[in-house]
Design a protein around this ligand. Structure first.
Ligand SMILES: [Zn+2]
Length: 143
């Protein structure tokens, strides 16, 4: 991987792998993503940055079948292709909204295991950058 993370406040490269960064409250241990200045649960301000889990389960999802407003959406050029968007629950941590690498509704189901992966995107300046997405983990189930 060569492209830099599109937003270093919410993700980092760790041993060549992309990981998400959240905030954890020093008072009540509530985890938030993206990290906030204060805790959404208790209002505490002793927030520390934590590297979030890279695996979770699909909590909810949809398939985006038409181009979202631009900006912030950056057309990739060519025909618009439908893409999956979902909420992935990182157990014991937080639910993260993310792009999904799978856009086939037949292949997505709530509760399925998901793994963090990277997606190359173009920024508004036309630079190549890396953002995060989640992909289904192959479970070996038929179909
Ligand atoms: Zn708190």
């Amino acid at each position: 991987m060569t492209a830099r993370p599109i937003d270093p406040r919410i993700m980092e490269l760790h041993d060549g792998e992309l990981r998400l960064l959240g905030g954890r409250c020093g008072t009540c241990a509530e985890t938030d993503f993206p990290a906030q200045d204060s805790c959404r649960r208790c209002g505490g301000v002793e927030m520390s940055t934590v590297r979030l889990a890279d695996q979770g389960v699909l909590w909810s999802w949809t398939v985006q079948r038409f181009p979202p407003p631009s900006p912030p959406y950056v057309p990739r050029g060519g025909e618009f292709e439908a893409f999956g968007v979902g909420y992935v629950e990182l157990p014991g941590e937080v639910i993260v909204e993310a792009l999904l690498t799978e856009s086939d509704a037949e292949k997505l189901r709530i509760g399925m295991p998901m793994r963090l992966t990277t997606l190359d995107v173009l920024t508004h300046c036309g630079e190549q950058a890396t953002t995060f997405a989640f992909e289904p983990v192959a479970t070996g189930e038929p179909g």
